[in-house]
Write a protein that binds this ligand. Structure first.
Ligand code: ZN
Length: 416
Protein backbone atom coordinates (compact mmCIF):
# COMPACT_ATOMS: atom_id res chain seq x y z
CA UNK A 1 0.00 0.00 0.00
CA UNK A 2 2.76 2.38 0.98
CA UNK A 3 4.69 1.42 -2.13
CA UNK A 4 1.75 2.27 -4.34
CA UNK A 5 1.08 5.59 -2.64
CA UNK A 6 4.73 6.56 -2.97
CA UNK A 7 4.76 5.69 -6.67
CA UNK A 8 1.64 7.74 -7.13
CA UNK A 9 3.31 10.56 -5.28
CA UNK A 10 6.39 10.34 -7.49
CA UNK A 11 4.18 10.31 -10.59
CA UNK A 12 2.13 13.25 -9.37
CA UNK A 13 5.33 15.02 -8.50
CA UNK A 14 6.67 14.28 -11.96
CA UNK A 15 3.53 15.70 -13.56
CA UNK A 16 3.73 18.71 -11.33
CA UNK A 17 7.37 19.30 -12.16
CA UNK A 18 6.62 18.92 -15.86
CA UNK A 19 3.60 21.16 -15.75
CA UNK A 20 4.95 23.83 -13.50
CA UNK A 21 8.12 25.70 -14.28
CA UNK A 22 8.60 26.43 -10.60
CA UNK A 23 9.02 22.67 -9.96
CA UNK A 24 7.94 23.07 -6.39
CA UNK A 25 5.89 20.54 -4.48
CA UNK A 26 2.76 22.63 -4.14
CA UNK A 27 1.29 21.83 -0.68
CA UNK A 28 -1.97 23.28 -1.96
CA UNK A 29 -4.65 23.34 0.76
CA UNK A 30 -2.34 21.79 3.33
CA UNK A 31 -3.33 23.32 6.65
CA UNK A 32 -0.98 24.00 9.53
CA UNK A 33 -2.45 23.20 12.95
CA UNK A 34 -1.07 24.01 16.36
CA UNK A 35 -1.93 21.15 18.70
CA UNK A 36 -1.82 21.47 22.45
CA UNK A 37 -2.18 18.79 25.04
CA UNK A 38 -0.51 15.78 26.57
CA UNK A 39 2.69 14.79 24.71
CA UNK A 40 1.79 11.10 24.64
CA UNK A 41 -1.56 11.87 23.07
CA UNK A 42 0.14 14.08 20.49
CA UNK A 43 2.55 11.20 19.81
CA UNK A 44 -0.40 8.90 19.14
CA UNK A 45 -1.86 11.47 16.74
CA UNK A 46 1.45 11.65 14.91
CA UNK A 47 1.77 7.88 14.59
CA UNK A 48 -1.76 7.52 13.27
CA UNK A 49 -1.23 10.22 10.65
CA UNK A 50 2.14 8.78 9.61
CA UNK A 51 0.50 5.40 9.06
CA UNK A 52 -1.59 7.06 6.37
CA UNK A 53 1.01 9.42 4.98
CA UNK A 54 4.70 8.89 5.51
CA UNK A 55 5.52 12.37 4.21
CA UNK A 56 3.73 13.95 7.17
CA UNK A 57 5.41 17.12 8.39
CA UNK A 58 5.32 18.07 12.05
CA UNK A 59 7.37 19.96 14.59
CA UNK A 60 7.44 19.86 18.35
CA UNK A 61 6.85 23.22 19.98
CA UNK A 62 7.20 24.39 23.54
CA UNK A 63 3.62 23.51 24.47
CA UNK A 64 2.72 20.77 22.03
CA UNK A 65 3.26 20.49 18.33
CA UNK A 66 2.49 21.77 14.86
CA UNK A 67 1.20 19.54 12.10
CA UNK A 68 1.02 20.30 8.40
CA UNK A 69 -1.98 18.28 7.33
CA UNK A 70 -2.74 17.24 3.76
CA UNK A 71 -6.37 17.67 2.62
CA UNK A 72 -6.85 13.87 2.46
CA UNK A 73 -5.77 13.55 6.12
CA UNK A 74 -8.02 16.21 7.56
CA UNK A 75 -10.92 13.92 8.51
CA UNK A 76 -8.59 11.51 10.25
CA UNK A 77 -6.81 14.39 11.99
CA UNK A 78 -10.11 15.81 13.28
CA UNK A 79 -11.29 12.39 14.44
CA UNK A 80 -8.14 11.70 16.45
CA UNK A 81 -7.83 15.14 18.06
CA UNK A 82 -11.42 14.72 19.28
CA UNK A 83 -10.71 11.21 20.56
CA UNK A 84 -7.53 12.32 22.31
CA UNK A 85 -9.09 15.50 23.66
CA UNK A 86 -6.43 17.73 22.09
CA UNK A 87 -6.83 21.46 21.57
CA UNK A 88 -6.14 22.71 18.04
CA UNK A 89 -5.86 26.06 16.33
CA UNK A 90 -5.26 26.78 12.66
CA UNK A 91 -1.94 28.58 12.12
CA UNK A 92 -2.20 28.69 8.30
CA UNK A 93 -5.23 27.54 6.36
CA UNK A 94 -3.17 26.94 3.21
CA UNK A 95 0.57 26.49 3.61
CA UNK A 96 1.08 26.77 -0.17
CA UNK A 97 0.26 30.48 0.06
CA UNK A 98 3.11 30.98 2.53
CA UNK A 99 5.47 29.04 0.28
CA UNK A 100 4.36 31.11 -2.72
CA UNK A 101 4.83 34.35 -0.81
CA UNK A 102 8.41 33.35 -0.08
CA UNK A 103 8.94 32.26 -3.65
CA UNK A 104 7.98 35.61 -5.09
CA UNK A 105 10.84 37.03 -3.06
CA UNK A 106 13.43 34.33 -3.71
CA UNK A 107 16.84 35.62 -4.64
CA UNK A 108 15.67 39.25 -4.51
CA UNK A 109 18.02 41.68 -6.19
CA UNK A 110 21.30 40.80 -7.86
CA UNK A 111 23.11 42.18 -4.84
CA UNK A 112 23.11 39.67 -1.97
CA UNK A 113 20.75 40.99 0.69
CA UNK A 114 18.73 40.06 3.77
CA UNK A 115 15.29 40.76 2.32
CA UNK A 116 15.12 37.48 0.40
CA UNK A 117 16.21 33.87 0.68
CA UNK A 118 18.99 32.65 -1.63
CA UNK A 119 19.88 29.28 -3.11
CA UNK A 120 23.12 27.61 -2.02
CA UNK A 121 25.18 28.81 -5.01
CA UNK A 122 24.39 32.42 -4.14
CA UNK A 123 25.24 31.85 -0.48
CA UNK A 124 28.57 30.29 -1.52
CA UNK A 125 29.20 33.18 -3.90
CA UNK A 126 28.61 35.57 -1.02
CA UNK A 127 31.14 33.73 1.16
CA UNK A 128 33.67 33.74 -1.69
CA UNK A 129 33.14 37.45 -2.34
CA UNK A 130 33.53 38.31 1.33
CA UNK A 131 36.78 36.33 1.53
CA UNK A 132 38.07 38.30 -1.48
CA UNK A 133 36.86 41.67 -0.15
CA UNK A 134 38.37 41.09 3.29
CA UNK A 135 41.45 38.94 2.63
CA UNK A 136 43.24 40.12 5.77
CA UNK A 137 40.33 39.24 8.01
CA UNK A 138 38.83 36.15 6.46
CA UNK A 139 39.39 33.06 4.34
CA UNK A 140 37.17 30.50 2.68
CA UNK A 141 37.26 27.12 4.44
CA UNK A 142 35.95 23.66 3.59
CA UNK A 143 34.31 21.78 6.47
CA UNK A 144 33.43 18.63 4.55
CA UNK A 145 31.76 17.06 1.52
CA UNK A 146 28.20 16.18 0.56
CA UNK A 147 26.52 13.22 -1.10
CA UNK A 148 26.07 15.19 -4.33
CA UNK A 149 29.70 16.26 -4.33
CA UNK A 150 29.36 19.78 -2.97
CA UNK A 151 31.82 21.22 -0.49
CA UNK A 152 30.53 22.36 2.87
CA UNK A 153 31.84 25.89 2.60
CA UNK A 154 32.39 28.29 5.45
CA UNK A 155 34.28 31.41 6.33
CA UNK A 156 37.06 31.67 8.86
CA UNK A 157 37.32 35.11 10.41
CA UNK A 158 40.56 35.44 12.29
CA UNK A 159 42.03 38.93 12.30
CA UNK A 160 45.80 39.35 12.63
CA UNK A 161 46.96 39.53 16.22
CA UNK A 162 50.17 40.43 18.11
CA UNK A 163 49.58 37.62 20.61
CA UNK A 164 51.67 34.46 20.42
CA UNK A 165 48.89 32.22 21.70
CA UNK A 166 46.11 31.23 19.31
CA UNK A 167 42.70 32.77 19.85
CA UNK A 168 39.84 30.70 21.21
CA UNK A 169 37.73 29.22 18.43
CA UNK A 170 34.00 29.78 18.13
CA UNK A 171 32.36 27.39 15.70
CA UNK A 172 28.97 28.16 14.14
CA UNK A 173 27.11 25.32 12.46
CA UNK A 174 23.93 26.38 10.73
CA UNK A 175 21.26 24.93 8.48
CA UNK A 176 21.83 21.25 9.24
CA UNK A 177 18.06 20.88 8.70
CA UNK A 178 17.39 21.90 5.12
CA UNK A 179 14.03 23.63 5.51
CA UNK A 180 15.08 25.91 8.38
CA UNK A 181 15.96 28.71 5.98
CA UNK A 182 16.19 31.46 8.56
CA UNK A 183 19.30 29.77 10.01
CA UNK A 184 21.61 30.23 6.97
CA UNK A 185 20.13 33.72 6.34
CA UNK A 186 20.82 34.81 9.92
CA UNK A 187 24.31 33.32 9.76
CA UNK A 188 25.31 35.22 6.61
CA UNK A 189 23.92 38.35 8.25
CA UNK A 190 26.13 37.73 11.26
CA UNK A 191 29.15 37.28 8.94
CA UNK A 192 28.30 40.62 7.31
CA UNK A 193 28.12 42.26 10.74
CA UNK A 194 31.46 40.81 11.86
CA UNK A 195 33.23 41.94 8.70
CA UNK A 196 31.64 45.32 8.05
CA UNK A 197 30.28 46.78 11.30
CA UNK A 198 32.03 49.84 12.71
CA UNK A 199 30.46 49.31 16.15
CA UNK A 200 33.33 48.86 18.61
CA UNK A 201 31.52 46.03 20.40
CA UNK A 202 31.19 44.10 17.15
CA UNK A 203 34.76 44.70 16.00
CA UNK A 204 35.94 43.51 19.44
CA UNK A 205 33.70 40.44 19.08
CA UNK A 206 35.36 39.78 15.72
CA UNK A 207 38.94 40.38 16.83
CA UNK A 208 38.98 38.32 20.01
CA UNK A 209 38.12 34.98 18.41
CA UNK A 210 39.00 32.63 15.61
CA UNK A 211 35.56 32.21 14.04
CA UNK A 212 34.67 29.18 11.89
CA UNK A 213 31.25 29.85 10.42
CA UNK A 214 29.27 27.47 8.20
CA UNK A 215 25.91 28.90 7.04
CA UNK A 216 24.68 25.61 5.56
CA UNK A 217 26.16 22.26 6.58
CA UNK A 218 23.49 20.40 4.58
CA UNK A 219 23.76 22.22 1.24
CA UNK A 220 22.30 19.34 -0.85
CA UNK A 221 19.20 19.32 1.31
CA UNK A 222 18.97 23.10 1.30
CA UNK A 223 19.12 23.24 -2.50
CA UNK A 224 16.44 20.52 -2.66
CA UNK A 225 14.20 22.46 -0.28
CA UNK A 226 14.80 25.55 -2.43
CA UNK A 227 14.00 23.91 -5.76
CA UNK A 228 11.76 20.87 -5.14
CA UNK A 229 10.24 20.47 -1.69
CA UNK A 230 10.14 23.43 0.68
CA UNK A 231 9.68 21.19 3.73
CA UNK A 232 12.60 18.84 3.05
CA UNK A 233 14.72 18.34 6.16
CA UNK A 234 17.20 15.54 5.48
CA UNK A 235 20.28 14.90 3.36
CA UNK A 236 19.87 13.41 -0.13
CA UNK A 237 21.81 10.14 0.26
CA UNK A 238 20.26 7.07 -1.38
CA UNK A 239 19.09 4.25 0.85
CA UNK A 240 19.10 0.63 -0.24
CA UNK A 241 15.39 0.84 -0.92
CA UNK A 242 13.19 3.40 -2.66
CA UNK A 243 13.61 6.18 -0.08
CA UNK A 244 16.35 8.72 0.32
CA UNK A 245 17.93 11.06 2.83
CA UNK A 246 18.72 10.82 6.53
CA UNK A 247 18.29 13.34 9.30
CA UNK A 248 21.81 14.76 9.69
CA UNK A 249 21.04 15.86 13.23
CA UNK A 250 20.25 12.29 14.28
CA UNK A 251 23.30 10.78 12.62
CA UNK A 252 26.20 11.72 14.95
CA UNK A 253 27.98 9.04 16.89
CA UNK A 254 26.73 9.67 20.39
CA UNK A 255 23.83 7.60 21.72
CA UNK A 256 22.86 7.18 18.07
CA UNK A 257 19.34 6.05 17.29
CA UNK A 258 17.89 6.17 20.79
CA UNK A 259 15.38 9.01 21.08
CA UNK A 260 13.27 10.92 18.57
CA UNK A 261 14.81 9.08 15.67
CA UNK A 262 13.73 6.16 13.53
CA UNK A 263 15.38 3.31 11.68
CA UNK A 264 12.90 3.60 8.82
CA UNK A 265 14.66 5.07 5.76
CA UNK A 266 11.29 6.27 4.49
CA UNK A 267 10.63 8.42 7.53
CA UNK A 268 10.30 11.92 6.11
CA UNK A 269 11.89 13.60 9.08
CA UNK A 270 13.96 11.68 11.63
CA UNK A 271 15.58 8.66 9.94
CA UNK A 272 18.87 8.31 11.85
CA UNK A 273 20.77 6.82 8.89
CA UNK A 274 21.96 3.23 8.50
CA UNK A 275 24.67 3.66 11.17
CA UNK A 276 26.37 6.47 13.10
CA UNK A 277 28.04 8.86 10.64
CA UNK A 278 26.52 7.04 7.65
CA UNK A 279 26.10 10.46 6.05
CA UNK A 280 29.16 11.91 4.36
CA UNK A 281 28.14 15.39 5.57
CA UNK A 282 28.25 14.51 9.28
CA UNK A 283 31.28 12.22 8.90
CA UNK A 284 33.46 14.77 7.12
CA UNK A 285 32.26 17.70 9.22
CA UNK A 286 33.03 15.76 12.42
CA UNK A 287 36.55 15.07 11.15
CA UNK A 288 37.04 18.77 10.43
CA UNK A 289 35.71 19.79 13.85
CA UNK A 290 37.98 17.23 15.49
CA UNK A 291 41.00 18.80 13.80
CA UNK A 292 40.39 22.15 15.51
CA UNK A 293 42.42 22.93 18.62
CA UNK A 294 41.30 25.35 21.27
CA UNK A 295 37.57 25.28 20.56
CA UNK A 296 35.84 27.33 23.24
CA UNK A 297 32.30 27.34 21.89
CA UNK A 298 30.19 25.32 19.48
CA UNK A 299 26.95 26.91 18.39
CA UNK A 300 24.25 25.36 16.27
CA UNK A 301 21.41 27.33 14.66
CA UNK A 302 18.01 25.75 13.97
CA UNK A 303 14.45 27.03 13.79
CA UNK A 304 11.67 27.63 14.86
CA UNK A 305 10.94 27.11 18.55
CA UNK A 306 12.54 30.33 19.96
CA UNK A 307 14.53 28.34 22.52
CA UNK A 308 18.06 28.01 23.78
CA UNK A 309 19.07 24.39 24.33
CA UNK A 310 21.96 22.92 26.31
CA UNK A 311 23.57 19.47 26.19
CA UNK A 312 22.64 16.71 26.48
CA UNK A 313 19.56 16.51 24.31
CA UNK A 314 18.69 13.00 25.41
CA UNK A 315 19.23 13.25 29.14
CA UNK A 316 17.95 15.26 32.06
CA UNK A 317 21.33 14.80 33.81
CA UNK A 318 23.32 18.00 33.87
CA UNK A 319 26.87 18.43 32.54
CA UNK A 320 29.49 19.53 35.09
CA UNK A 321 29.46 23.20 34.04
CA UNK A 322 25.69 23.31 33.58
CA UNK A 323 25.33 26.33 35.91
CA UNK A 324 27.85 28.25 33.81
CA UNK A 325 26.03 27.29 30.62
CA UNK A 326 22.81 28.63 32.12
CA UNK A 327 24.51 31.91 33.09
CA UNK A 328 26.13 32.33 29.68
CA UNK A 329 22.89 31.37 27.96
CA UNK A 330 20.84 33.81 30.03
CA UNK A 331 23.24 36.63 29.26
CA UNK A 332 22.95 35.76 25.57
CA UNK A 333 19.15 35.84 25.70
CA UNK A 334 19.16 39.11 27.70
CA UNK A 335 21.30 40.79 25.04
CA UNK A 336 18.99 39.50 22.32
CA UNK A 337 15.95 40.75 24.21
CA UNK A 338 17.38 44.29 24.16
CA UNK A 339 16.88 44.47 20.39
CA UNK A 340 13.91 42.13 19.95
CA UNK A 341 11.19 42.00 22.58
CA UNK A 342 8.81 40.08 20.36
CA UNK A 343 8.62 36.98 22.50
CA UNK A 344 11.13 35.80 25.05
CA UNK A 345 13.14 32.74 24.13
CA UNK A 346 12.49 29.78 26.35
CA UNK A 347 15.44 28.35 28.26
CA UNK A 348 18.31 27.94 28.56
CA UNK A 349 17.73 24.31 29.42
CA UNK A 350 18.42 20.82 28.13
CA UNK A 351 16.33 19.73 25.17
CA UNK A 352 15.24 16.74 27.22
CA UNK A 353 13.74 19.10 29.80
CA UNK A 354 12.24 21.90 27.74
CA UNK A 355 11.57 20.38 24.31
CA UNK A 356 11.89 16.61 23.87
CA UNK A 357 14.60 13.95 24.09
CA UNK A 358 16.57 13.53 20.89
CA UNK A 359 19.73 11.50 20.21
CA UNK A 360 22.45 11.67 17.60
CA UNK A 361 22.67 15.45 17.36
CA UNK A 362 25.84 17.39 16.59
CA UNK A 363 25.85 19.39 19.83
CA UNK A 364 25.85 16.27 21.99
CA UNK A 365 28.60 14.60 19.98
CA UNK A 366 30.81 17.71 20.17
CA UNK A 367 30.34 17.99 23.90
CA UNK A 368 30.91 14.29 24.55
CA UNK A 369 33.70 13.55 22.08
CA UNK A 370 35.63 16.80 22.33
CA UNK A 371 34.64 18.19 25.73
CA UNK A 372 34.05 21.65 24.25
CA UNK A 373 33.07 23.76 27.28
CA UNK A 374 30.40 26.05 25.81
CA UNK A 375 27.92 24.25 23.61
CA UNK A 376 24.53 25.65 22.62
CA UNK A 377 21.71 25.07 20.15
CA UNK A 378 19.65 28.11 19.26
CA UNK A 379 16.19 27.46 17.92
CA UNK A 380 15.51 30.73 16.09
CA UNK A 381 12.05 32.25 15.66
CA UNK A 382 9.37 31.46 13.09
CA UNK A 383 6.20 29.55 12.27
CA UNK A 384 6.07 26.34 10.25
CA UNK A 385 9.70 26.83 9.14
CA UNK A 386 8.69 30.20 7.74
CA UNK A 387 10.00 33.62 8.61
CA UNK A 388 9.12 36.62 6.43
CA UNK A 389 12.07 37.52 4.20
CA UNK A 390 11.42 41.19 4.86
CA UNK A 391 12.24 40.58 8.53
CA UNK A 392 15.46 38.52 8.29
CA UNK A 393 17.44 41.49 9.56
CA UNK A 394 15.53 41.45 12.87
CA UNK A 395 16.80 37.99 13.69
CA UNK A 396 20.24 38.87 12.34
CA UNK A 397 20.52 41.79 14.75
CA UNK A 398 19.13 39.71 17.59
CA UNK A 399 21.62 36.88 17.02
CA UNK A 400 24.51 39.35 16.76
CA UNK A 401 23.57 40.70 20.17
CA UNK A 402 23.12 37.17 21.49
CA UNK A 403 26.69 36.33 20.48
CA UNK A 404 27.89 39.47 22.29
CA UNK A 405 25.96 38.48 25.42
CA UNK A 406 27.39 34.98 25.22
CA UNK A 407 31.05 36.03 25.08
CA UNK A 408 30.58 38.78 27.69
CA UNK A 409 29.43 36.29 30.32
CA UNK A 410 31.93 33.64 29.17
CA UNK A 411 34.66 36.20 29.81
CA UNK A 412 33.32 36.99 33.29
CA UNK A 413 33.37 33.27 34.12
CA UNK A 414 36.95 32.90 32.91
CA UNK A 415 36.43 30.86 29.74
CA UNK A 416 38.87 33.13 27.88
ZN1 ZN B 1 16.38 21.78 13.17
Amino acid sequence: MKKISFCVLIFVNFLFVSANVSGYRSYKNYKCFNVQGDRLRIERLRHALQESDETLTYADTRDGGEFIVAPHLEDLFNKIVTQENLKTTVVYDDISKIIQSEKSLLRGSKEFSWTAYYDIDDIYKYLTNMSKSYPNLSELIVGGKTYQGRSILGLRINTPSQECTPKPVIFIESGIHAREWIAPATTTYFIKELLTSKDANITALRDQFDWRIFPSVNPDGYHYSYTVDRLWRKTLSRSTNRCFGADPNRNWNYNWGQYSSTHNPCDYQTYAGSRPFSEIETRTLAAYIQSIDNMMAYISFHSYAAMLLLPYSDSTQHVHNYDDLVKVGKSSLDYGYKVNQDKRYQGPGTAAEILYKASGGSMDWVRHALGTPLVFTYELRGNSFHWPPSRIQEQGDEVTQMMLGLVTEANKLGYY
